[in-house]
Design a protein around this ligand. Structure first.
Ligand SMILES: [Mg+2]
Length: 238
């Protein structure tokens, strides 16, 4: 008779993609600008503050506001733009030379994979966009679930959806303090704390440090080259 001992996951760790696991390079923002141009005939140039920590549907909404496109003329427009964006991204991202995986990410994911941790994605990308971005680095294999802006355009609404998915897909229930969100912007910290969850911030840009520190994430690291602080923090919670 086989003895089956189920692993009981003690934590749900949700990780952001852009700026946290990978540097996506410029292809995604050019793809979105081109999609907007194809559907509106208007040019837009995105800057980092318009993008960092934002969800794709919100970026498009803000762009249409910026271009003064009347709300009554937008019927179906955001959806068409996002569909075209995904088509362009699927073609160009695999060939992009400026995308890269941050050092230490594989070490972190390998570590987490061997812990009693349910590992998920939490991202402002639409689900197909997230998969396009992860594929060249073969990262999707580490994540058994995820919440995307396809689930909700407001990042702050994603954590409760993650809890529901864990319950439905795995029969797992996590208390709020058993959920840790790892991200690179102040919006990731807000998203965790507004939902009563823990936040680890990876501050890759020195100019974001003051703003992120002010939001009091539970742990701040500069990179994943040394994952010891993250291991220590998570071990103390397992
Ligand atoms: Mg990010």
């Amino acid at each position: 008779m086989l003895n089956f001992i189920a692993t009981i996951n003690k934590l749900l760790v949700l990780i952001d993609i852009d700026g946290t696991l990978i540097h996506p390079g410029l292809t995604p923002r050019y793809a979105l600008a081109e999609a907007i141009y194809q559907h509106t005939g208007q040019q837009i140039e995105f800057t980092v503050p318009q993008l960092a920590g934002m969800t794709d549907p919100l970026i498009v909404k803000n762009a249409l506001d910026f271009l003064n496109i009347p709300v009554q003329n937008r019927d179906g427009l955001p959806e068409c733009i996002l569909e075209t964006y995904l088509e362009i991204l699927a073609l160009r991202y695999p060939l992009a030379a400026d995308r890269r995986l941050y050092p230490g990410v594989i070490d972190l994911l390998d570590y987490l994979q061997n812990q009693p941790v349910r590992l998920g994605l939490i991202t402002g990308n639409l689900e197909p966009g997230a998969m396009i971005k992860l594929k060249p680095f073969d990262l999707a294999q580490y994540f058994s679930m995820g919440v995307f802006s396809s689930d909700h355009p407001d990042r702050d609404q994603l954590p409760p959806i993650a809890l529901t998915k864990c319950r439905q897909q795995f029969g797992e229930d996590y208390r709020l303090e058993q959920v840790v969100i790892i991200g690179d912007t102040v919006r990731d910290v807000w998203c965790a704390h507004r939902n009563g969850m823990r936040a680890i911030a990876v501050v890759r840009h020195a100019d974001r440090r003051v703003a992120i520190r002010a939001e009091k994430p539970d742990l701040i690291v500069d990179h994943f080259k040394d994952i010891t602080p993250i291991i220590d923090y998570l071990s103390s919670r397992i």
